[in-house]
Design a protein around this ligand. Sequence first.
Ligand code: ZN
Length: 400
Amino acid sequence: MEKIEIKFIRYVKIDTESSETSKTYPSTAKQLDLARLLKKELIELGVKDVIMDEYGLVYAHLDGEKDLPTIGLIAHMDTAPTIRGGNYEPRVVTNYAGNDIKLNATYTLSPKQFPHLLDLKGKTLIVTDGDHLLGGDDKAGVAIIMSIVEYYINHPSIKHCPIAVCFTPDEEIGGGPLHFDVKKMHADYAYTLDGGPSWDINYENFNASSAVVSIKGVGIHPGSAKGIMVNASLLAMEFNAQLDPDAIPAKTEGYQGFNHLCEIKGDIETCEMGYIIRDHDEKKLHAKEKEFIRIGQELQKKYPTSEVKVTIIPSYKNMRNYFDKDKTAINAITKAYDKVGIKYTFSAIRGGTDGATITYMGLPCPNIGNGDRCCHGRYEHVVVEEMYQVFDVVKALLEQ
Ligand SMILES: [Zn+2]
């Protein structure tokens, strides 16, 4: 069997950066280069049921024991549009000593900045050249899933669940599940293999909405403005000052939610602020939304000649709401970790995940780690041994 890291590096070298500003799907045509390669490799492995649909999603199915559930494995092909990826040779650091790794003349991956590196002593790391991201998010997931398929094709006597595979584009710009077809996938439950340590399971994510605060002020010559001018930008600052100053991304972690001012543009006449609102607890999310509306109404009353408008736009929901009622997928994966002898952890994602949307589309889909760290930037690195651990866990899951 081809080594997982060999597959991984092959996929990393293909640039699949998605784009937030594109109007096409997938957002960048280059993602299809990887989609086509995966389709070709699956067919060459001997998988009979392989489809690449008109949106660039690649589906594949492997038959298994008829009385066992069909288990889905999902990974995304694109990389984050934060920094470029692909078209370079990532570096393999064997038997990591816990030291500084010089990525290039300017950038160093150091345990001083990233203390978790000290726990990775003795491991094999794959790192960047300092100018690109690695794309372990989520090509580590892609490589592990491709290895699983290859393994069962090469070992036809090993009994396993029917397997449904899907590789999606545009996850990083929130478009992963946009054209995901639950029927084409036809799995009983599924897992995304996306980001983080090999032992981490995620079935909670934020509930999310956004708020647009639009303010119309009253403009007049500042020399004769007394009692008349309402400066829209100052009003915006007054609005923001009434929000909880501790409920911002830079001061929160774990289960603490936040309001995040993403953009502000304004002058005296008009000012608009765009916020995202996040909380794992749906009630707390709604309380935060109500606070936006309350502040808006209060300022409207205080400045009757101005116009203060608050619009709340719901975004995505915490998939925990589903898994509180049906733990089948969670129990199956924890059993697999137990079987392999890896102590697993649960952590709540401080963001969204394709799996949450897919869960609400009718296919329960928690996430498990893929061995990647520090994603979306030049410091990203993958722990090779952890990719193999995830491989073992998935194998145990499929041979339940
Ligand atoms: Zn990802």
